[in-house]
Design a protein around this ligand. Structure first.
Ligand code: HEC
Ligand code: HEC
Ligand code: HEC
Ligand code: HEC
Length: 417
């Protein structure tokens, strides 16, 4: 497992920085078309940090938008909606593999549509990655009508009122509409869960489980009636490094394992699949709250308060941890390089001679996943032509394959020095 220092070293393309920026959640930037759509619907805001914003502009200028919608927004229906991609495609390596696998079909469609293959620089590819990563990480807009129904079906309304209507055991939730920040929801729920649980026990109710959709719908409803949104928390950028320290200080590590260390009372964060979005994370912490509290009571672990800033730090740590792939396996990479026929056309050094058909990949200085994806994007059509000439089909790669290939190319380039 990687340490946070290694994670930081890897953040050459500002991903971490960007992740952190996102967690500020104070600014509201929206891509234009999506923005105007949402204004029409009166939906709450979405947050795009600077790099992802640049990625969004590229998404327009490189004509990606001609074929892809985002959360159903846009006219391009030729390719899949990129806001709704499979949950496992979250890390950098998975995102890259996903793009590379789909390239031939994309080119074919581009030819059909008379769209020229846009050339993409390394920096631009990094910005597109930020954008694609973000739209999966931020939640889709919630549905206020569904949220209204949930408040009754989950029986929140037995204890809470909205605009003065409902139970009075808990506070009126109308005020809650001012929080646009999912981190604040997660923090509030953590903070208030113990008392809520007591009250539910008194009433003989069981803990209502929520999923990420429930969470965003509830909030969308409360926001829709809550009047003007003005988030009263202005969080600093979430810091993965601070989050790592807090993970120990707040006792999380007394029960959870991360980076291969810690206890096993709760799930090992190196092994479980986290939810895709922040609201999903908030829902998860809500659902597991009673179980966590039971163990805390039994083991007399005091429950520590967490403020919104601390929650931002802890979540940024958990999300950063997930974004970066574990170190690639160079041995495995070498095997894939052979199995997928790359070796037939490419050399990877040390002599630096080109392969008989394709270039020496050791020449790609400081190979990274982004760089390889970018190179394949730009050179792909000629490469595919060569593959056709030789009777090979486009290789289908699996999750970590590209990560391992990059590790292999790196290991060979290092030998050279
Ligand atoms: C001419 C239409 C077209 C254009 C332009 C286009 N794409 Fe695609 N894209 C497609 C099609 C079609 C697929 C699905 C291919 C397949 O099923 O193999 C796809 C697939 C993808 C996927 C994988 C999606 C998934 O569900 O796994 C990503 C990521 C992607 N495109 C990103 C981009 C980016 C970034 C750009 C702009 C630089 C772009 N596309 C431009 C048509 C296009
Ligand atoms: C059995 C009663 C009960 C039920 C059911 C209940 N709550 Fe609560 N809730 C409370 C109480 C009591 C508090 C105040 C806890 C405290 O002060 O720590 C509270 C606090 C909250 C807060 C913090 C509010 C604030 O202004 O600080 C939120 C948000 C919240 N509940 C959401 C929900 C949601 C969403 C549901 C339904 C899924 C729900 N609650 C169901 C009793 C309940
Ligand atoms: C006393 C032990 C304990 C402590 C302390 C603790 N947890 Fe947990 N946590 C658990 C247990 C047990 C579960 C599984 C609960 C379940 O399955 O319902 C869990 C589940 C979770 C989950 C859901 C994981 C999943 O996918 O199932 C998250 C997220 C989480 N904890 C975060 C935290 C954070 C952040 C902290 C520190 C602020 C923390 N926990 C402190 C015991 C603990
Ligand atoms: C049939 C021969 C062939 C096969 C098989 C092949 N390639 Fe290529 N590859 C080429 C050619 C030819 C080019 C140069 C295209 C150009 O000049 O535009 C190229 C270019 C590249 C580039 C860009 C290099 C640069 O210097 O910018 C990368 C990266 C790459 N290939 C990776 C791979 C990987 C990874 C595999 C295996 C999964 C693979 N190739 C399989 C022929 C092939």
């Amino acid at each position: 497992m990687k340490s946070i220092h290694q994670l930081k070293d890897q953040a050459t393309h500002f991903f971490l920085f960007l992740l952190v920026l996102f967690l500020i959640c104070t600014g509201i930037f929206l891509p234009h078309t999506v923005q105007s759509e949402m204004e029409k619907k009166g939906d709450p805001a979405f947050i795009f940090p600077e790099d992802a914003n640049k990625g969004w502009k590229l998404f327009l200028s490189k004509n990606c938008i001609n074929c892809h919608t985002i959360w159903g927004q846009g006219d391009g229906k030729i390719g899949p909606d990129l806001g709704r991609i499979h949950i496992s495609h979250l890390s950098e390596g998975q995102l890259a593999t996903n793009i590379v696998n789909h390239l031939p079909n994309m080119w074919e469609k581009m030819q059909e549509e008379g769209i020229r293959l846009p050339s993409i620089s390394e920096v631009e590819m990094a910005e597109l990655f930020s954008f694609l990563y973000f739209i999966r990480y931020v939640d889709e807009p919630g549905n206020p009508d569904d949220g209204k129904i949930l408040l009754s079906s989950k029986e929140c309304i037995r204890c809470h009122s909205i605009l003065g209507k409902g139970g009075n055991i808990g506070p009126d939730l109308t005020r809650w509409g001012i929080y646009i920040n999912p981190i604040v929801w997660a923090q509030q729920m953590w903070q208030h869960a113990p008392r809520m649980e007591q009250e539910m026990e008194k009433k003989g109710m069981s803990w209502p489980n929520l999923d990420s959709k429930d969470m965003i719908n509830l909030v969308a409803y409360i926001q829709s009636i809550g009047g003007k949104i003005q988030d009263e928390y202005h969080l600093e950028p979430g810091s993965p490094a601070r989050g790592r320290t807090l993970f120990v200080e707040k006792g999380c590590k007394d029960c959870h394992t991360i980076e291969g260390e810690g206890k096993h009372q709760g799930p090992d964060f190196g092994k479980i699949e986290f939810p895709r979005t922040l609201a999903g994370m908030a829902a998860l912490m809500w659902n597991h709250s009673p179980e966590m509290m039971k163990i805390m009571k039994a083991r007399e672990i005091p429950r520590k308060d967490i403020n919104p800033q601390e929650m931002a730090d802890i979540l940024s740590y958990l999300f950063a941890y997930r974004y970066f792939d574990p170190p690639g396996d160079a041995q495995r990479g070498k095997k894939i390089f052979e199995e997928k026929n790359c070796v037939i056309c490419h050399t990877v050094g040390p002599g630096g001679r080109d392969g008989s058909i394709g270039p020496n990949l050791g020449q790609l200085r400081q190979v990274t996943i982004i760089k390889v994806t970018q190179a394949i994007w730009n050179h792909g059509p000629s490469m595919m032509q060569k593959m056709r000439d030789y009777g090979f089909s486009w290789p289908v790669l699996k999750d970590s394959d590209l990560n391992d290939i990059v590790a292999y190319i790196q290991s060979v380039s290092l030998q050279k020095e």
